[in-house]
Design a protein around this ligand. Sequence first.
Ligand SMILES: Cc1ncc(C[n+]2csc(CCOP(=O)(O)OP(=O)(O)O)c2C)c(N)n1
Ligand code: SF4
Length: 337
Amino acid sequence: MSGYKETALKESCFRPGSTLCPGCMESVAFQNVGRVSDNGKKTIFTIGTSCAEVSTLAFPNVVAWGRGDRAPDDFAKSFSILHNVFESAPTLAEAVRDVADSLESCGALKSPVQVMAASGDGGAFAIGLRALLHTIHRRTRVTIMVLVNEIFANTGFQYSPATMPFAETSTTPTGPDFPGNPQMPLDYIHLAIAAGAGLVAQVSPAHGKLFLKTVERAIECPTTAVLFVPAPCISGWKFEDGETVELALLGAQCGVFPAFTWERGKGGKVLDCPLDAKDRPGIEEFMARQRRFQHMVKRDPATGTPAIQPGREQAMERLHGWVQENVERLYRLAEMK
Ligand SMILES: Cc1ncc(C[n+]2csc(CCOP(=O)(O)OP(=O)(O)O)c2C)c(N)n1
Ligand code: SF4
């Protein structure tokens, strides 16, 4: 495993020029994945329709992937992208893995390749849940990355099964009697473990060193590795410019999407997010920074302290309950081997 500094200073195959929103966490994630995957093996990446795909592969204008001016025959440095339909990135990655393994076994492919898939949470947890779980279930040797921005962003910010409770989305509007999304999110971490993944993690690039190390471990995993990347979406969550990384850190620390790493046979860890709520930052500060929660929490103009909006006390109580359950569940999962 290479050192943090060595990896962080590498050139990334994710090049300037994408049309992801400025401040999009997906761009930070890709830059880092681009560095870690530059390890002497060819990378084949499958991406389903999502912001990650439409904003980086708009041929002929923007193709943001590629290792600079490398000669096309520099196999170890090459980075191939396969675009596929919305829900099928894991399935396509599995097919690529099978073909590569067959070619290798008959001597037609001399150098090993590594295969990764990227989907949004809409693609992975709604229409593509079957594809995700079956690829994991078959223990396919691929890395599946799910960029969790908690919405279907590129089609207009609709609710997804990962949307935080009481968030406003275009399909979970708010009103006096409607405090936004009424659903509790799908427990996708537990599902990935139950389906048979070899490595499951939830970590964003806001935990820089941990993120790089986890991607590196995921690529080396002998079965399916699933990496959930919390990805604050500046346009859908509606926060201020420059707050992406801070918000990702705060969201993890307050228990909404704690950093979590787990490996089969070894167990796991919850990092930087204490079990006891009083030792964590309050979720109100996390929410007050995003206009998708403006119906729930508002800053007091005099003190700057976030305060619960009148009439939303019950919803906030349920939200606190969900956050605590979320953290406790991850601590329990961490103990499983
Ligand atoms: C079968 C099918 N249904 C719907 C669409 C339209 N569509 C394209 S991307 C997308 C939403 C993607 O959401 P997500 O996977 O969360 O990625 P994000 O846009 O948030 O990055 C939808 C509904 C499609 N391309 N194919
Ligand atoms: S809409 Fe959100 S996820 Fe999509 S590019 Fe913009 S910030 Fe990123």
